[in-house]
Design a binder for this molecule. Structure first.
Ligand code: ADP
Ligand code: MG
Length: 696
């Protein structure tokens, strides 16, 4: 399998080099994994009379009836008819007419193959593959013919799809079952009726029937998912067993005191459950690596705070990292308010912390006086040293990568526990695949008393009515957001739109009856902060903003959000924005304003937004519409780089494969049992190639 492709007929050193460069095909194995896009079926000659509107291709034999040039200039075409005992089919050429005319002779027998079209219900093939009939050829092929993807450069060197087909066919003749040994346990093969591995490779390239192709595909997808899950689960298992971490042995005064006297509300069931999971992790003496997925507004901050109090009770410092300055400030304000009567030292460190203050904070951190440090990424910079850091919370971010973790590792003799709280939920299936090496908590419950947000899609022409509605809400004491799209921070056009919008909003809401804040990415942190703060304090009625307020911002009194050019936003972004309202006890509204012309995708997104408030459902739909590659935060870990699998469409196989992996590892975590030897061997063989060891 490791033999270079040059061992195959017609692959010169030059062509081999091109295969490596263009398709990353180095050896036999790579070629076998260069799967066909689709197949064409020439195994049977079709009866013309049996062709139905559902057929995509036809392979027919018959006598050529006639051949006529029709039309002039660009619409000039050659039309011929082929007739068998059951019917007549039309063949048509727009190009290469001269050459075809020479080859075709009315009254003679021909075989024709091609993509079917229908004209007034009658079958037609444009530019068919056509050749003189021989009984041998019409006897049909033994297998479907694969169509392979190729590239322009390869085609220029004679390595088109057909040539790839030829060398792949040759390769499959060369190899025997021992070259592609089975890598799935026998009981799994039996239980799911999976095709043996060697057969699967043969059938996926040159299937003897459509059914066999589907079976081959299923088997190879299963294998792909099985090993992806196995690797990621093994990483997690290794971590659980061997990683050392701080043991937070007790729940002390800070936590208990806060919990019994200062907790501003009863925790939701989901918050309690997740807190329990975290406490359990804290106590094991292993390092925690937990992903917390919670819908917008589910109350992740409180879970983080309670966990940080446990760390403090055990003599450890914590950091909480937020993606933006605004958010870090908000956390600081709300968290310091919660614990204002408790002896716990909290500080905030961001890019805009003044030099003198910064110096003081750095000192206090190093000496261990600061127990909880909030901030942006500034908190993990090298200059920030701790006396005894034990816990790090990463809020509203999936993109907390290996490099950032490495920075944390260096800050104490053992790595701190880590809790990553996501900005937007991603579907469970995807989460467990992409983040399967992390432990996983879910908060699928909103605090009680929240009224669902009504989401409405309106045409821009209804803007005056929408503004009137906002006026009514403001009269009733509420506040409103008006959001403008800002696709690129630097885009001049986007800013012009924002400024135009701001002027327009001002004309609807004149001072001094109304006061407006505006926040966007080009402002200095101080200005942003001041404007934000005025809105939070209720000094302004309206917040005009770009998506900088997308995550985390919490102003419970805000009850309406109007989103301008809503068609320009992705689903998860819309959901995240909408999550800024509906945070208090009032009925809230989200109005999606759009132009008239909407793409189908945009229409679908808006409809989903109108239909559901459930972030997990939104995420599921988002995944269906956009595919996994586009989902924010799916790491470049390789966990989602599948060759055959489509994580959306193959969810059923994924579930089964994951179950089997879990079962297998439960019974044999070290893969030492004889029946798992083939799994272990295959895994080891793959390991050094993929660099999987590097993640986590
Ligand atoms: P998110 O999960 O989006 O970060 P937050 O932590 O900002 O959500 O919480 C959203 C709002 O819900 C805040 O105003 C918070 O005080 C409130 N909240 C959190 N937990 C509860 C609860 N158990 N009961 C009532 N309100 C809660
Ligand atoms: Mg939050």
């Amino acid at each position: 399998m490791n033999s270079p492709v040059e061992y195959l007929t017609g692959i010169s050193a030059q062509r081999g080099e091109l295969l490596r460069k263009e398709l990353n095909i180095h050896n036999f194995k790579d070629l076998l994994e260069h799967y066909p896009l689709r197949h064409i079926d020439k195994t049977n000659v079709d009866k013309i009379g049996n062709i139905s509107l559902n057929d995509e291709y036809a392979y027919v034999a018959g006598v050529l009836q006639d051949m006529n040039l029709i039309g002039e200039g660009r619409s000039k075409r050659l039309v011929a008819h082929l007739k068998d005992g059951t019917g007549i089919i039309e063949l048509v050429w727009f190009q290469g007419i001269h050459w075809v005319q020479k080859m075709l002779l009315p009254g003679h027998h021909f075989l024709a193959f091609g993509k079917l079209g229908f004209f007034m219900g009658k079958p037609q093939i444009a530019h068919p593959d056509i050749e003189p009939y021989t009984a041998q050829k019409a006897g049909g092929k033994e297998h479907l013919e694969p169509i392979y993807p190729s590239t322009e450069k390869l085609k220029a060197r004679g390595l088109n799809g057909a040539a790839l087909s030829k060398i792949t066919f040759e390769l499959l003749q060369k190899i025997a079952p021992k070259d592609l040994p089975e890598n799935l346990p026998a009981d799994i093969l039996t239980a799911y009726k999976l095709m043996p591995r060697y057969d699967a490779f043969k059938q996926i390239h040159f299937p003897s029937s459509e059914k066999n192709y589907q079976q081959a595909l299923r088997r190879l997808k299963f294998e792909e998912l099985f090993y992806a899950q196995l690797r990621i689960n093994l990483i997690k298992l290794q971590r659980h067993r061997f990683s050392k971490g701080w043991a937070f042995e007790k729940v002390g005064d800070l936590f208990n005191n806060f919990y019994s006297h200062y907790l501003p509300f009863e925790l939701t069931g989901a918050q309690k459950r997740v807190l329990k999971e975290i406490r359990k992790d804290f106590g094991t003496g292993k390092q925690m690596n937990r992903l917390l997925q919670g819908d917008v507004g589910s109350g992740k901050t409180m879970v983080a705070l309670l966990s940080m109090l446990i760390a403090a009770d055990n003599g450890f410092q914590s950091v909480l990292m937020a993606p933006t300055e605004i958010l870090a400030q908000q956390h600081y304000i709300s968290i310091s308010e919660y614990v204002k009567d408790l002896p716990v030292h909290i500080e905030i460190l961001t890019g805009s912390t003044k030099t003198k203050k910064r110096k003081q904070i750095l000192e206090d951190c190093a000496e261990g006086n600061v127990q909880i440090l909030l901030g942006t990424h500034a908190v993990i910079e090298e200059k920030v040293q701790f006396k005894n850091i034990g816990f790090a919370v990463v809020d509203e971010q999936h993109k907390f990568g290996v490099a950032q973790r490495a920075k944390l590792w260096k800050k104490n003799t053992l790595p701190p526990h880590i809790l990553v709280m996501t900005a937007t939920p991603i579907p469970r299936t995807l989460a467990l695949t992409a983040y399967g090496d992390l432990d996983y908590s879910i908060m699928d419950e909103l605090p009680p008393g929240r009224k669902p947000i009504s989401t409405l899609h309106r045409n821009e022409s209804a803007r005056p009515q929408v503004m009137d509605f906002i006026k009514d809400e403001i009269k009733a004491g509420r506040q409103a957001y008006i959001i403008y799209p800002l696709i690129e921070e630097s885009s001049k056009l986007d800013y012009e739109n924002l400024m135009k919008g701001y002027e327009e909003v001002k004309s609807f809401f004149p001072e001094p009856t109304y006061w407006i804040s505006m926040v966007h990415g080009k402002q200095t942190p101080e200005i942003k902060q001041t404007n934000m703060q005025r809105f939070v304090a209720g000094d302004t009625h309206i917040m005009v903003s770009t998506t900088v307020i997308e995550v985390g911002v919490n102003v419970p009194n805000a009850s309406v959000m109007a989103i301008e050019s809503a068609e320009k936003f992705g689903l998860s972004q819309l959901h995240q924005l909408r999550g800024r309202v509906g945070r208090g006890a009032d009925k809230s509204y989200c109005v999606l304003l759009t132009g008239n012309k909407l793409s189908r995708d945009a229409r679908e997104r808006l409809k989903i937004m109108e239909q559901t408030n459930d972030g997990f459902k939104v995420a599921e739909k988002d995944l269906e519409i956009r595919g996994p590659g586009e989902i924010e935060g799916t790491r470049q870990s390789g966990a989602l780089n599948f060759k055959l699998v489509n994580i959306v469409l193959d969810k059923a196989i994924l579930e089964v494969a994951r179950n089997e992996v879990e079962k297998l590892l439960k019974g044999d975590p070290d893969l030492i049992m004889a029946e798992n030897l083939l799994v272990k061997n295959y895994l080891q063989q793959q390991q050094h190639k993929t660099g999987w060891g590097k993640i986590a």
